[in-house]
Design a protein around this ligand. Structure first.
Ligand SMILES: O=P(O)(O)OC[C@H]1O[C@H](OP(=O)(O)OP(=O)(O)O)[C@H](O)[C@@H]1O
Ligand SMILES: O=c1cc[nH]c(=O)[nH]1
Ligand SMILES: [Mg+2]
Length: 205
C-alpha cells in the first residue's frame, strides 16, 4: 500500500521548525497540532458519505454527511500530541490507547497499556509522530487487527525508510501518511536527520 508524503508547502515549513533544536515545547506542541491537521485531512479524504434531506432557512435541499464511525488510537506517549486536533475535526471520534515504549538499548517496543473501543466497521487512525524501526507501529497494528480492526490508517509526522518497509511487510493494506520521509536510522535507531526524541520534546522531559 502506498506511502503518502504530504506535498503541501505548509507541511515542509512546519516540519522544518519542528526539527530545529531551539524550538521550545510550547511551539513544538503547536506545530504538532498543525501537522496533525494536515495529516488527518489527507487520511480521511475518502471517507464515505450519504445524502440526507435538509431545510436551509430558504429552501429544501440535500446535503452529505459522514457515515463511517472513526476511531483514533494514539501510541503513548508521543501520539497523544496528535489526538486533540483529530477530536476537534471529528468530535464524534472514539479514542483508544496503546502504550508502547522502546527499550533504550535494543530499541524494541514493550507494551504496557491497551484500551480500545469497538473497532468493527470503523475507520481507524493510528497516530504516532515517529516511525523509526516500525516496531511500535507494527505491534499496534497487530493488536488492532486482532481486535477486529480492518480499515486501518497510519499517521506519522516523520517516517524512516526502514519503518515504512516494516509496516508494508507486516500490513500491506495499511496506507501510511507522513509529513516527511527521512534518510535513515542511526546506530541507536533514531531517525536522521529527524528531530530527536519526540516525546521528550513534546513534554519537555
Ligand atoms: O518505530 P520505532 O522504532 O518503534 O520507534 C518509534 C517509537 O519511538 C517513540 O516512542 P518511545 O518508545 O520513545 O516512547 P515515548 O513516546 O513514550 O517517548 C515514538 O513515539 C514511537 O512510538
Ligand atoms: O528518532 C526517533 C526515533 C524514535 N523515537 C523518537 O522519538 N525519535
Ligand atoms: Mg520517546
Amino acid at each position: 500500500m502506498p506511502l503518502h508524503v504530504l506535498t503541501h508547502p505548509l507541511a515542509a515549513h512546519l516540519v522544518t521548525h519542528l526539527r530545529d533544536k531551539t524550538t521550545e515545547p510550547a511551539t513544538f506542541r503547536r506545530l504538532t497540532h498543525q501537522l496533525s491537521l494536515l495529516l488527518a485531512l489527507k487520511a480521511t479524504h475518502d471517507l464515505p458519505t450519504r445524502e440526507i434531506p435538509i431545510d436551509t432557512p430558504l429552501e429544501h435541499t440535500a446535503g452529505r454527511v459522514l457515515i463511517k464511525p472513526l476511531v483514533v488510537v494514539p501510541i503513548l506517549r508521543a501520539g497523544l500530541g496528535m489526538v486533540e486536533t483529530i477530536v476537534d475535526l471529528f468530535p464524534d471520534v472514539s479514542i483508544g490507547y496503546i502504550g508502547l515504549e522502546r527499550d533504550h538499548t535494543t530499541a524494541i517496543a514493550r507494551s504496557y497499556y491497551c484500551k480500545l473501543p469497538p473497532l468493527e466497521g470503523t475507520r481507524i487512525l493510528l497516530v504516532d509522530p515517529m516511525l523509526a524501526t516500525g516496531g511500535s507501529a507494527v505491534n499496534a497494528l497487530d493488536v488492532i487487527a486482532q481486535r477486529g480492526g480492518q480499515d486501518m490508517h497510519l499517521l506519522n509526522v516523520v517516517a524512516s525508510p526502514e519503518g515504512v518497509r516494516a509496516v508494508e511487510k507486516a500490513h500491506p493494506n495499511v496506507p501510511i501518511y507522513a509529513a516527511a520521509l527521512d534518510r535513515e536510522l542511526d546506530s541507536r535507531k533514531y531517525i536522521l536527520p529527524g528531530l530527536g526524541d519526540f516525546g521528550d520534546r513534546l513534554y519537555g522531559t
